[in-house]
Design a protein. Structure first.
Length: 360
């Protein structure tokens, strides 16, 4: 029986992987067609896209740097959505983590390692509490979690903008065009190699992938999370407190997003720059990565690196070949549409099965 289940799970996972690969191929084909229609060599463009994102030490380092916040947003989304909770709040939680890091780090006096640890913990707490607040409102007033978390993204963005513009603005910043907080001089996260931009936040991301994979697949909490999210009535009947489990899941989801925002501040920008989380679209790329991987932590890692790579490659072909980098946004949009369609197509079948059971 166990062998049959293992074989079934293998083919189910293989089906998910093949679907995501097909979505990627279709996205690249559409990108190539658009290049051809706009007067560019599509083969040269796609090769340049891949080469610029993956096939040199500098490209790989740049891809890993950009992938770091996407991984955290993806893990946050995978944990929530994989447990059946339609939270879109990773962006707001990342913003809260980032602005918290920019405020807390300059206030702490002591060794750099102490500053980093305290700042990261504070940012995780900020992201977790912000996520918990949206979960509480959703449960208390029976409101859609998806809508609540979407609105909370805007609240976090404007709140951080207010703090950056009017409370913590650095009047001595060299770049007068960028609205930013005070530069963090003690407690930044160093680069892995001095020549490249990849910092130790990427290593932390890898550790978090392993931890989340273990929690989801190997712990009773992971089982309870899946059951309470996917079938609350069955979970309650089995003694699982669905609301309590929801709070725990979304707390952890928010903490991951907050950590991702903090690492972007401490490892890349060294301050909070207004719109630094929203403009690059980290959270939306993270959601795409979680959908591509079917909420698998390891799959989120691979998908995040791929999405980051085509973005970095897009900048490369724009610089070297004058091909607009917006092509990569179209490719990512096609991939997102296709992997989302997979879940939409499956949904009526799922409901039908539930109805059949009720009739029996």
């Amino acid at each position: 029986m166990k062998t049959k289940l293992s074989i079934k799970n293998f083919f189910h996972r293989f089906d998910d992987i093949s679907y995501s690969l097909i979505a990627v191929v279709i996205g690249l084909i559409v990108g190539a067609i658009i290049m051809a229609l706009t007067g560019f060599d599509p083969i040269e463009g796609i090769v340049g896209l891949i080469k610029g994102g993956f096939l040199s030490p500098y490209a790989i380092a740049s891809t890993f740097t950009r992938a770091t916040p996407i991984i955290f947003a993806g893990l946050s989304a995978a944990l929530a959505w994989g447990s059946g909770y339609s939270s879109m709040g990773a962006q707001g939680q990342m913003i809260m983590g980032a602005i918290t890091a920019a405020i807390v780090a300059p206030l702490i006096k002591g060794p750099a390692i102490l500053v980093v640890i305290v700042t990261l913990l504070a940012s995780m707490l900020a992201g977790a509490l912000y996520s918990l607040l949206s979960a509480y409102i959703s449960a208390k007033f029976d409101a859609y979690l998806l809508i609540i978390t979407l609105m909370f993204n805007y609240v976090a963005d404007y709140f951080a903008s207010y703090l950056t513009n009017y409370v913590f603005l650095d009047p001595y910043a060299l770049d007068k065009l960028a609205i930013q907080t005070q530069l963090i001089e003690n407690g930044t996260i160093p680069r892995i190699f001095s020549r490249y931009t990849t910092h130790y936040g990427f290593i932390i991301a890898l550790l978090c992938v392993a931890i989340v994979a273990f929690i989801i697949n190997k712990t009773s909490f992971g089982y309870k999370a899946r059951m309470s999210g996917l079938n609350p009535n069955f979970a309650e009947y089995g003694g699982i407190q669905s609301r309590k489990t929801m709070y725990k899941v979304l707390l952890l989801s928010g903490a991951l997003a907050g950590l991702g925002g903090a690492l972007e501040v401490l490892g890349s920008k060294f301050r909070y720059v207004d719109k630094m989380i929203t403009s690059p679209g980290y959270s939306w790329s993270g959601i795409t990565a979680s959908l591509m991987s079917n909420y698998s932590a390891v799959g989120v890692l691979i998908s995040s690196i791929f999405l980051a790579g085509i973005t970095v490659g897009g900048s490369s072909i724009e610089l070297l070949m004058s091909i607009p980098s917006e092509i990569t946004l179209i490719i990512q949009g096609i991939i997102t549409m296709l992997v989302t369609a997979k879940f939409v197509i499956k949904l009526p079948k799922f409901k039908k099965k539930e109805g059949d059971k009720d009739d029996i």
